[in-house]
Design a binder for this molecule. Structure first.
Ligand SMILES: C[S@@+](CC[C@H](N)C(=O)[O-])C[C@H]1O[C@@H](n2cnc3c(N)ncnc32)[C@H](O)[C@@H]1O
Length: 715
């Protein structure tokens, strides 16, 4: 050891960076357990950022000529100078034994971010779909997941309830890249590269998970499940880890001199108090074995819909007849009575509530007056029949929800298709066996269900949503739905993250769960804009390069993920055609109905630390502030001209002299639970924070906005 320490000290004297790298690797090795997983951490990963403009000081690569399919010069250069007039950059070779320089046209360079570099991430919105009224937005982020995860440590530290990831399986068949190179079957370092890539991300993911109660699910197949299992144990010693086997292709994949494979695996890592929730299906046994449980539609979970109408059409002005008070008894958790609609010139404050009741109006979280979905008379009729009830109480927004059965569900109840088991305490009917707790089962560690077949419910289903757009091996929608149900069935407001989101199956599954129980879970999907290997070749031959609009539009995120999530919500394909086919299993309905959900699409950006344009720097972090506040309602996209702004869920104070006015405005706004105060002066920040309402979390921002979001890797 002393010999090694001595050598490292000598290396440090010659080249401090090289010395520090050696030192770190040596420490890792010397602290390693004699048993377990030993692997090279590899030099820090690096990604090319083709969309990022070239700046002085950047690390860059020189691109091969247009039309060439060669790999080109892989060395890293530093930009020493930029000549704006003739669009050239002076470069110096990094890490070379001799000093080497050259001048290259800016258009032939691409910026490279090494993972040990400090980055300043931002987000730019590239579109959105809104059909979910006040529900939070699902988000899809196009970007390198390691950097996106780092950015999420600002917005979601300790807040994520479930992570579902389906990383590249490392098949050797060009299914992923390390440092811009496909990792092929004959690469001696194939496994350790994969482990190094996974470990870096799992460590950041851990910072996002709620340590008291959350679950991380990772799917994998035979190629890496052994190593992944060890890596998870080593990375998450505090978690309870179990592996499930999922039959995804019962016919089996025939391969010469091998058994035909029918399954893949999912590791479940339970943190804190998290444990698997019982389900109406144990996912393995035949239904008669599951103690008389019948799998006909009478046992399906019945969907109660929200009485509050969502969407932009849902204002009081448009339908005054649907603006009436509902008085509820909060102690007994039932509707006391239903009032009459009030005309537009009457204020709702003039209506008094019967004693002991709380008045519920169709109010939107942005404080505007909305409307119910049905008339007061019809709602009373539903209550008498037991087809309506009080839903959950949203403590954060001090709101009660009201639920009712839609016409289709009522038909199924009245035809006897759905069994009625009696009445709940509030008079509403008790439906389906799923509502009876004693009929729930522990899910088994082997799943064998037709709904998990990846060909039918992954590839073919995806084809219906985005016809003609090929994505390799999407997961079966219903398999992801089942995996998530096990972990977030009892969390209607769960935050779910998928940072290898591919075609967006996880977001889709979260929307299905929401529809089944009236939840408002939100999904954050991150995926890069990789173009499939065979397609890359033909695009290069056509003279295109990453970063060109005609290249990027074929990338997974822009070509598949965002359009698929949009199609799922709108019920229409990217060409505007209603989606053919219907959802199956737990919740059957035409896909063309879509979902009452919201989603916004973003691209991750890399900003310059010393951004001179304050407005631009702010606009890139604006989505991060909104995400941290819960991704709901309005967003403050521009620096407010008068120094302060209050959105639906958060506030922003830019000029601290206006603090009195700001505190007043925050006090008045109902849904605000976080405020950002821009100041470099700690004492002023503390003084303002003290005067804010208790329920509001103050967060300080530095005046140079981007420094709030600097993420160094520490590698
Ligand atoms: C196996 S696929 C996930 C498929 C997904 N579960 C589905 O059902 O469609 C893995 C995805 O992760 C993406 N990916 C791989 N490495 C990534 C990285 N470093 N950053 C972001 N995305 C990455 C790939 O582009 C690919 O789409």
């Amino acid at each position: 050891v002393s010999r090694l320490t001595d050598l490292i000290a000598r290396a440090k004297a010659k080249d401090p960076e090289l010395g520090a790298d050696l030192d770190r690797e040596f420490k890792v090795l010397s602290s390693r357990l004699p048993f377990g997983l030993n692997f090279e951490r590899h030099r820090p990963e690096a990604v090319e950022l083709p969309l990022r403009p070239i700046r002085k000081g950047d690390k860059v690569r020189v691109l091969p000529e247009r039309g060439s399919t060669k790999k080109g010069d892989q060395r890293l250069w530093q930009v020493k100078n930029i000549h704006k007039a003739n669009k050239l950059a002076d470069l110096e070779l990094l890490g070379g034994a001799e000093i080497e320089t050259q001048s290259i046209a800016l258009v032939d360079l691409t910026v490279v971010a090494e993972f040990r570099d400090t980055i300043y991430p931002g987000l730019v919105s590239t579109g959105k779909v809104e059909r979910g009224g006040e529900k939070p937005f699902h988000t899809v982020i196009n970007g390198e997941n390691y950097h996106a995860l780092k950015a999420l440590t600002y917005t979601h530290r300790g807040k994520v309830d479930a992570i579902y990831i389906d990383p590249p399986y490392n098949t050797g068949a060009k299914d992923w890249k390390y440092n811009n190179d496909y990792v092929e079957g004959d690469d001696l370092y194939r496994h350790s590269k994969w482990l190094a890539m996974m470990e870096r991300r799992l460590l950041v993911a851990k910072e996002l998970l709620n340590p008291a109660d959350s679950v991380l699910i990772v799917t994998i197949d035979e190629k890496e499940y052994l190593r992944l299992g060890l890596l998870l144990e080593q990375t998450y010693p505090q978690a309870n880890i179990q592996m499930t086997t999922i039959v995804i292709n019962p016919l089996g994949q025939e391969r010469s001199r091998k058994l035909a494979r029918v399954e893949e695996y999912a590791f479940f890592c339970f943190f804190g108090n998290a444990s698997p929730k019982p389900m109406i299906d144990d996912l393995l046994n035949r239904t008669e074995i599951m103690k008389g449980h019948k799998s006909d539609r009478s046992t399906e979970k019945v969907r109660w819909e929200r009485l509050l109408r969502g969407g932009s059409e849902a204002s009081r002005q448009k339908s005054p007849d649907l603006f009436y008070p509902v008085f509820i008894d909060p102690i007994r958790h039932r509707v006391h009575s239903v009032g009459e609609p009030i005309s537009l010139d009457v204020s709702r404050d003039s209506v008094s509530a019967p004693e002991g009741t709380v008045t519920v109006w169709p109010m939107r979280t942005n404080g505007q007056e909305g409307r119910w979905r049905c008339s007061a008379a019809y709602f009373r009729e539903l209550l008498t029949k037991g087809y309506a009830r009080v839903g959950e109480y949203d403590r954060a927004n001090d709101r009660w929800s009201l639920l009712y059965l839609g016409k289709a569900q009522i038909r199924r109840v009245e035809s006897g298709e759905i069994e009625v088991f009696g009445r709940n305490d509030d008079g509403s009917i008790l439906l389906g066996r799923s509502e009876q707790k004693k009929q729930m089962f522990s899910v088994k560690t082997v799943w064998n269900r037709p709904s998990h077949r990846s060909g039918e419910y992954g590839t073919s289903l995806n084809r219906l949503l985005v016809p003609g757009r090929r994505f390799p091996y999407p997961k079966a929608l219903y398999a992801v739905e089942d995996a998530l149900r096990i972990v977030v069935a009892d969390k209607p407001q769960a935050i779910v993250l998928d940072f290898f989101s591919g075609s967006g199956t996880t977001a889709h599954a979260v929307m299905r769960l929401n529809r089944q129980d009236g939840g408002s879970r939100q999904c954050i999907s991150v995926t890069n804009n990789e173009v499939a290997a065979d397609e890359q070749k033909s695009l290069r031959e056509r003279g295109l390069r990453p970063g060109d609009p005609d290249w990027e539009k074929h990338g997974i995120c822009d070509y598949i993920t965002k359009p698929r999530v949009e199609a799922a919500i709108t019920g229409k394909t990217p060409d505007g055609e209603p989606i053919k086919g219907e959802y199956k299993f737990t919740d059957v309905f035409p896909m063309a109905e879509g979902f009452e959900e919201n989603a916004e699409f973003f691209t991750l950006t890399y900003e310059a630390k010393d951004a001179v344009n304050h407005n631009l720097a702010y606009s890139r972090i604006a989505p991060l502030l909104w995400l941290r506040a819960g991704a709901r309602g309005s967003r403050i996209d521009k620096l407010p001209a008068d120094g302060l702004a209050v959105a639906d869920t958060y506030g922003l104070l830019v000029e601290v002299d206006k603090s009195a006015q700001f505190i007043k405005a925050v006090g008045k706004a109902k849904g605000v639970h976080i405020v950002y105060i821009v100041t470099d002066d700690d004492r002023r920040f503390q003084a303002i924070a003290k005067r804010l309402p208790d329920a509001v979390e103050p967060v300080r921002l530095y005046e140079s906005f981007l420094t709030n979001f600097s993420f160094a890797n520490g590698e």
